[in-house]
Design a protein around this ligand. Sequence first.
Ligand code: PEP
Length: 255
Amino acid sequence: MDRRYRKTIIAGNWKMNITPSEAKKLTTALLPLSAVKDTSIVLCVPAIDITTVKRTLRQTRIAVGGQNCHFESKGAFTGEISPEMLIDAGAKYVIIGHSERRSMFGDTDEIVRKKIASAIAAGLRPILCVGETEEQRKQGVTEEIIRVQIKSAVYGLSADDFRKIVVAYEPIWAIGTGNTATPEDANEVCKLIRTCLRELYGARPSRSISILYGGSMNEKNAKALLAMPHIDGGLIGGASLKPDAFAAIVEASKA
Ligand code: PEP
């Protein structure tokens, strides 16, 4: 409840799709969305696309985000990108702890915690992803998994820094599979996430944290998901690559 205290956010995750020259075209197709007032729109793009996307979006309300960062500011970390680099290139947000990073690139809960802290210190707003596997859901341990992921990610964050995070509930079995969580199930876990945040930081700070749902959200199912009281927006993978579908999801987010 208390949706009035938080932003509705629709964030696209382009993953490892879209070259810089394609990025200009896709971003240009999304420019009409800058007229949307009550929903914050974020494009989380490959790091090499950020400058192009930022330039194409200039003077619009659409924000740019990265999809990952290192927890160090600089140094001998070949191939990595620091939060400061993302900021300097024009990013405002960064996805942290996406399940693809956790499962394929070794991002543990502890690494996720360090990345969240560094991203905030650099001035970014982290979109913290949490979610259970299909097996964990079947075993009935979704609540425990989510609680551990949330608690370890924000461990040690001050109340002021905590306010800068966005959480995305992304059941792993729903990402890129076409199997969306039912609005009721997604709402239930988003509610649990807020309860967990409230236990850690109190009612007032946690009521302003936006909690998104991600996992095969598309132009057909968005309205029902976004109508749920504990879902404050969406993190969109596949459908964010199609301007019409992404625009329809933004439209569905309007109150
Ligand atoms: C994602 O990558 O965060 C995601 C939700 O992907 P999709 O919408 O394709 O399931």
